[in-house]
Design a binder for this molecule. Structure first.
Ligand code: GLV
Ligand code: GLV
Length: 331
């Protein structure tokens, strides 16, 4: 009989259909949040799973998953996967790098521009029927062109964000665990600085670091204090990279001018103090959500599962496997 694949979130039926010749497909028909018990039940008779970022695949989740051989994550960040536990159990895992770089970079710019130029705040005011003539000194925002853009986390998404700065004649500084090769720095016209300098010099600071124990609350009260009072902060990385409570306090006090968040600690719940602020743009984790890119991400997840079971153009070599050692051990 065919192996079973569990698909935790509904997506593009034509892409799911590519699994059907080779798998019994157990695809959820609605978005839902799985309790750890639900998750264990779903995984118990699955040979493969395609999961979203809300599904935590950890030791508890895979304890009963005796048949599970592969987990494909619908996202580039994979802090929801315990890679060590998966590897120890001989289960391969993949993510969706690269296909979303340019789309996430577009969105980071959208958030930066919206926060710096107060787009959301002005629209709310207009929709509330408050526009009865404007003040010449009303709605003053901060320019983006010609300013210094700081990027914390200079992977491929960070580099795509940096490349966009050329048209704005903006300077780009970055901080990363490891400095990029000179040729890469040149290609995206970005200058390496230490974290302290990044905080003090950036007019607009964009966070693109993966969420790890080291990046937990990388931006908290002290870091916000170090930033310019006119600065904008953008988080398209993960909730938890920013201390949301400290940020809300800083925005209320004018420690920095504005922020834009696509990700939150404990999402989809938001800290209520964020909702009370006007100088913040809030969006529901949609940085990669363009029609083309979400299809590409789904297709890449499916390609990984097919390949892990010896099918498709990458048979035997899942194209974006995170723990390739598992394959070596199996052969
Ligand atoms: C989205 O947050 C992703 O990691 O792809
Ligand atoms: C984003 O998560 C990156 O590592 O570039």
């Amino acid at each position: 009989s065919k192996p079973r694949v569990w698909v935790s979130r509904p997506f593009f039926p034509d892409i799911v259909d590519r699994l059907r010749p080779f798998f019994e497909v157990d695809a959820e028909s609605e978005e839902q949040r799985f309790s750890s018990a639900d998750l264990a039940t779903r995984l118990a008779d699955a040979d493969a799973a395609i999961v979203g970022l809300a599904e935590r695949i950890d030791v508890a989740a895979i304890r009963q998953a005796k048949r599970l051989r592969f987990v494909a994550n619908l996202g580039v960040g994979y802090n929801n996967l315990d890679i060590e536990a998966l590897s120890a159990a001989g289960i391969g895992a993949s993510n969706t790098p690269d296909v979303l770089n340019e789309t996430v970079a577009d969105y980071a710019w959208a958030l930066m521009l919206a926060a710096a130029r107060r787009v959301g705040e002005a629209e709310r005011w207009l929709r509330a029927g408050q526009w009865h003539g404007s003040r010449f000194e009303g709605w003053l925002g901060t320019d983006v062109h010609g300013k210094t853009i700081g990027i914390l986390g200079m992977g491929r998404i960070g580099q795509a964000i940096a490349r966009r700065a050329a048209g704005f004649r903006a300077r780009v500084i970055y901080h990363n665990r490891s400095r990029l090769p000179a040729a890469v720095e040149q290609a995206c016209a970005a200058t390496y600085v230490d974290k302290a300098q990044l905080l003090t010099e950036a007019d607009h600071l964009i966070l693109v670091v993966p969420y790890t124990p080291e990046s937990h609350h990388a931006i908290g009260e002290a870091e916000l204090q170090a930033m310019k009072r006119s600065a904008t902060l953008v988080n398209v990385a993960r909730g938890g990279v920013v201390d949301d409570v400290a940020l809300a306090r800083a925005l209320a006090r004018g420690t920095i001018a504005a922020a834009a968040l696509d990700v939150f600690e404990g999402e989809p719940a938001l800290h209520p103090s964020l909702l009370a602020l006007d100088n913040i743009v809030l969006s529901p984790h949609i940085a990669s959500a363009s029609r083309d890119t979400r299809r590409d991400m789904a297709a890449l997840a499916v390609d990984n599962v097919l390949a892990a079971f010896g099918h498709g153009p990458h048979a035997g070599r899942p194209p974006t496997i995170l723990n390739p050692g598992v394959l070596a051990d199996a052969s």
